[in-house]
Design a protein around this ligand. Structure first.
Ligand code: NAG
Ligand code: NAG
Length: 167
């Protein structure tokens, strides 16, 4: 003879177990999804390039960021956070990373996009010289799943260079 409380508890336990199994399957099935993604960033204009009063170089860019990240979306994807970073070497640091733009992609329908924008965050180098500096533009993304681990990856676009002179 089981009391009502006992049965309710058994039903609840079964429900929680099923949920746990489904969550595990959900995050496992994500691992079988090998996404193909593409990205391109064009520098449409160098708006200005100057040394500030404090000695730091700053550049303002107009960019066209285009990407197709739709394959990152599965039924387990809540949203995808993306950012574009300028990455370059200086004598002080092997990797300097300056975020220029970011955004949140809420759904697969929004995952194929292009955006014409000036850099949302300031592209300033701490103290050293950006004249003629070679840099990469990297599109980073963080996939926020409905359940399971967060996953991050990136596409590196190489071969960018800042002007030799301030303007
Ligand atoms: C940005 O790039 C995309 C893809 O290459 C292109 O379709 C679009 O016309 C470009 N926009 C501008 C303003 O250059
Ligand atoms: C750009 O990326 C390539 C490939 O990851 C790397 O070998 C190179 O050192 C990077 N260049 C700069 C200037 O950071």
């Amino acid at each position: 003879m089981h009391s009502f409380g006992y049965r309710a508890n058994a039903v609840l336990t079964f429900g929680v177990t099923m949920l746990a199994v489904m969550c595990t399957l959900a995050s496992l099935s994500d691992n079988f999804n090998t996404p193909t993604t593409s990205a391109e960033v064009k520098i449409l204009n160098i708006n200005w390039f100057q040394k500030q009063a404090n000695g730091n170089d700053e550049v303002s860019l107009t960019l066209n960021v285009s990407a197709d990240l739709s394959s990152l979306f599965t039924w387990n994807t809540k949203q995808v956070f993306v950012f574009v970073a300028a990455e370059y070497e200086t004598p002080q640091n092997a990797l300097n990373q300056v975020s220029l733009w970011d955004g949140i992609i809420p759904s697969k329908e929004h995952a194929r996009f292009w955006i014409h924008t000036t850099n949302k965050y300031r592209f300033v180098d701490q103290g050293s010289n950006l004249k003629g500096k070679d840099f990469n533009l990297t599109l980073h993304w963080h996939i926020m799943p409905k359940t399971g681990k967060m996953f991050a990856d990136k596409i590196v676009m190489t071969g960018y260079r800042l002007p030799e002179e301030y303007r």
